[in-house]
Write a protein that binds this ligand. Structure first.
Ligand SMILES: [Zn+2]
Length: 217
């Protein structure tokens, strides 16, 4: 089995890489966000509890997330392996995940650290421009996504504007939080010789090819 964790910088393209891996190696992708939503839908006692917490805006903590995750891993433990998306986020979760897998005679095999330097990540995330009329997306920074004429939509000739939700200030905070929270996790998996650092400033194809070379084609 191949059990894989991603630790990814903002704008590292984790979603895309996870999807490519899932298809090529027939893995089960587990996103804790999706798991919680599914549990709510079943109408179980646990699902009702989760729903109540979400309605109140309370963070669904490890005492709930972990049993839900465990149930799911038990159910699919005979497959080719798992990709964990958005989990673990801290050392406690990482240790719990190791325990769950060990009970099932299973373990984590690869931890891919998709690293992107601040500048590249910022340029990918910020400076998004959009046409007022047709909604086409452009970028202030990325050459491939720049309009032919400044401020004018290539397709319909109308004005393009900067979307207010992706400003640099907010991005900086997100990036710094990523660095601070992932540092202990990176060390945890490095000590176990499971960590593979991958430069995700490269193209989608190049990043995936690095991953394939590590897992084996
Ligand atoms: Zn347009």
């Amino acid at each position: 089995m191949k059990n894989i964790i991603f630790i990814a910088a903002p704008a590292a393209g984790k979603g895309t890489q996870a999807e490519l891996l899932e298809k090529k190696y027939h893995l089960n992708k587990i996103s804790t966000g999706d798991l919680l939503r599914e549990e709510v839908k079943t109408g179980s006692e646990l699902g009702k509890k989760i729903h109540d917490m979400q309605v109140k805006g309370v963070l669904v903590d490890d005492s709930i997330v972990i049993p839900v995750l465990e149930k799911r891993i038990e159910k699919d433990n005979k497959g080719e392996g798992f990709i964990f998306d958005g989990f673990p986020r801290n050392i406690n979760q990482a240790e719990k995940l190791d325990d769950i897998l060990e009970k099932l005679n299973n373990k984590i095999n690869y931890v891919f650290h998709l690293d992107v330097d601040y500048d590249t990540a910022m340029k990918r995330s910020c400076g998004r421009l959009q046409c007022k009329k047709c909604g086409k997306i452009y970028s202030k920074y990325l050459d491939a996504l720049k309009p032919k004429t400044d401020g004018i939509c290539d397709d319909c000739g109308n004005e393009i504007y900067q979307r207010s939700d992706d400003n640099e200030e907010t991005f900086k905070e997100r990036y710094n939080t990523y660095v601070a929270t992932t540092e202990p996790l990176i060390k945890y998996y490095k000590d176990k010789n499971l960590l593979y650092k991958i430069d995700s400033g490269k193209s989608i194809k190049e990043v995936f090819s690095s991953i394939e070379n590590i897992i084996g084609k």
